[in-house]
Design a protein around this ligand. Structure first.
Ligand SMILES: C[S@@+](CC[C@H](N)C(=O)[O-])C[C@H]1O[C@@H](n2cnc3c(N)ncnc32)[C@H](O)[C@@H]1O
Length: 246
């Protein structure tokens, strides 16, 4: 089976089962049940018209570029899947520019990868830098489909990279191409999932030593990167962390 065909069968029940297995194994069944009720309550609160209106707060990018990257228009199923995996939230443009400036690299040497790319806003924003290529990997087929549509529609006088692709796949199974990479992570996976991503990256670095920068936005599980023997912190703020290998 091709990598991008593996998640065609992403169902709510399967996602709930996976979430439960992981939580119960980690915290015990009682705590998992409490967590589940908490998540469900959070989901219901987020479903009110007020909260939906609040989510439209990130619509400016879409108006400016005539694309659909806001989290406000997600249907109930995509939002519920977000509870069991990681909720979709697009990166804020000004912060993305700040993070790109902080990288201090020759973009033309690098492949930009966003694991958990959602509707593809970061892919579009990254295309304003001269990356060799830009790749997004998104678990939810419906978000990946919207991302692909956005990539087709997007046109900007500032675009410097024209080689953009969005594929559907599980970040935890992703095999890194053997080339210099800027890896972008905005909390796509749980702590254990991040462990698998880092494990795959470390194996890839052992097989093909090269420059890889990891840009971790809202670094909830930064300790996982900090404990990798292959990665070294080279910068960041309270909003992001930059690690480098090679
Ligand atoms: C916080 S959003 C970030 C979206 C995008 N990277 C951005 O910065 O605009 C996290 C995304 O990760 C996706 N996701 C969750 N689990 C994933 C997995 N195992 N593999 C790939 N993507 C995943 C979610 O569906 C969601 O779109």
């Amino acid at each position: 089976m091709r990598y991008d065909e593996q998640v065609d069968q992403l169902t709510l029940l399967g996602s709930l089962r996976g979430w439960w297995k992981q939580n119960a194994a980690r915290h015990g069944a009682g705590a998992a049940l409490r967590n589940f009720c908490g998540e469900l309550w959070g989901y219901l609160r987020e479903s009110t018209p007020e909260q939906r209106r609040r989510r439209y707060g990130d619509i400016e990018y879409d108006w400016e570029h005539r694309v659909d990257t806001t989290s406000a228009t997600l249907d109930w199923r995509a939002r519920l899947l977000g509870v069991f995996h990681s909720p979709y939230q697009a990166t804020e443009p000004a912060l993305f520019q700040e993070m790109m400036a902080a990288l201090r690299v020759d973009f033309a040497e690098f492949l930009f990868i966003d694991l958990g790319s959602g509707k593809g806003r970061t892919l579009l924003m990254a295309s304003e830098y001269p990356f060799r290529k830009i790749l997004g990997v998104e678990l939810l087929p419906e978000l990946n489909q919207i991302a692909q549509e956005n990539l087709r529609k997007y046109s900007s006088a500032d675009q410097k990279c024209q080689v953009l692709e969005s594929i559907c796949g599980d970040a935890c199974e992703f095999q890194f191409p053997a080339e210099p990479i800027v890896l972008y992570l905005f909390n796509p996976v749980s702590e254990s999932g991040l462990g698998r991503v880092i494990g795959n990256l470390e194996r890839s670095l052992i097989e093909n030593p090269r420059r890889v920068l990891v840009l971790y936005h809202n670094p909830e599980h930064e300790e996982m990167l900090a404990s990798s023997a292959k990665l070294k912190k080279i910068g960041g703020t309270h909003q992001y962390a930059i690690y480098e290998a090679g």
